[in-house]
Design a protein. Structure first.
Length: 346
């Protein structure tokens, strides 16, 4: 059994946070999404892993390396053009050969155990096994229609969903998927869809099984979903409820809070649900439900539901009574002067 992680997506809905970094390299509770996925595969006994990237994602290779730190072997595979999930999977055909494999999406976090999904391939003599979960807005996901315990239809991001069962971004697949991949044509969205490939398997008599995921999953496609995933992961980590060592006495912290040891925080109220990344500096601020990725400098900022990219500098002349929401991409610099404060009050 091998593993495959798709990371070549452009992350347009997460801009400006993804202008300069891949969305799989965004931190959730201080850990890159991609690292969390690798850990999950390795925990399931999968140590031969392929990661599909595009031409601009050298940062992923540099940060992740060859997998030695996980006692795994990682191979990077190139998707030439952004033509859909199924096309990204086809980029790994030679790497997978005839091996069954677990496919995971690089912007999804699934909190459950993937071992039962893997076992179901053999137990049910299946060509593929997928995870489903009920969601409030299925039009944002691949959707499955189930009748009498059998999947009867799959559709990608339908405008008028026939079901509320979304496909969680975890699949267990066999080599039976490759002939279906070869016969795909572009969808109305202009992409080669995984839902279409699995639908072809079903139509041609392939045995595709499913299970309903009980544990949470997060499709981190927007800033609100990123913050939601961060809140969940912070709640699950006991370390976030222990006062950070070395915290300045002028800081009031409201757990859960995660502050990198290299960050400096003074005269501020921090939390709940705040992650402050490496080498960040926060002074005279009030922060809640926010992510500071790394190298962030904030002064006199009152923020809630905010995301600050790498090397962001935001300085106010005085702290505001009401919190503001800031979504700032890497290297953004904002300095609010006294003149602008006076103009705002007019």
């Amino acid at each position: 059994m091998k593993g495959l992680i798709l990371c070549a997506g452009r992350g347009t809905r997460l801009q400006p946070s993804t202008y300069t970094k891949p969305k799989c390299m965004l931190p959730v509770n201080g850990e890159y999404i991609l690292v969390s996925i690798i850990n999950k595969l390795v925990a399931a006994g999968i140590t031969e892993i392929g990661i599909v990237v595009n031409h601009s994602q050298g940062e992923i290779r540099q940060t992740i390396g060859d997998g030695e730190r996980w006692n795994a072997s990682i191979t990077f595979l190139l998707q030439e053009k952004p033509m859909g999930l199924a096309d990204a999977v086809k980029s790994a055909k030679s790497f997978m050969a005839d091996s069954p494999f677990v496919l995971m999406l690089g912007d999804n976090l699934y909190e459950g155990d993937i071992a039962p999904l893997i076992r179901s391939l053999d137990a049910d003599k299946a060509a593929a096994s997928i995870l489903l979960q009920q969601v409030k807005d299925p039009s944002q996901f691949g959707v499955a229609v189930v009748d009498a315990g059998q999947i009867t239809g799959l559709e990608e991001k339908p405008k008028h969903p026939k079901s509320d069962l979304a496909i969680v971004g975890v699949y267990a697949l066999t080599a039976a998927i490759w002939p279906a991949m070869d016969r795909l044509t572009p969808s109305p969205r202009g992409e080669y869809e995984m839902t279409d490939a699995i639908q072809l398997l079903i139509t041609e008599g392939g045995h595709v099984v499913y299970s309903i995921a009980a544990e949470p999953f997060f499709d981190i496609g927007t800033h609100d979903r990123w913050l939601e995933a961060n809140r969940y992961k912070m709640d699950q980590d006991p370390q976030n409820f222990v006062k950070p060592s070395g915290m300045h006495r002028s800081v009031q912290w409201i757990p859960p809070v995660r502050i990198d040891p290299t960050a400096t925080v003074t005269n501020s109220v921090v939390g709940p649900y705040v992650y402050i990344g490496p080498n960040s500096v926060v002074e005279d601020s009030i922060l809640s439900n926010s992510i500071l990725t790394d190298q962030v400098a904030l002064s006199h900022v009152h923020a809630e539901g905010s995301v600050f990219g790498s090397y962001v500098h935001l300085a106010e002349q005085e702290i505001q009574e009401q919190p503001a929401r800031h979504i700032l991409g890497d290297r953004a610099t904002v300095t609010r002067t006294q003149a602008s404060l006076q103009n705002d009050s007019k």
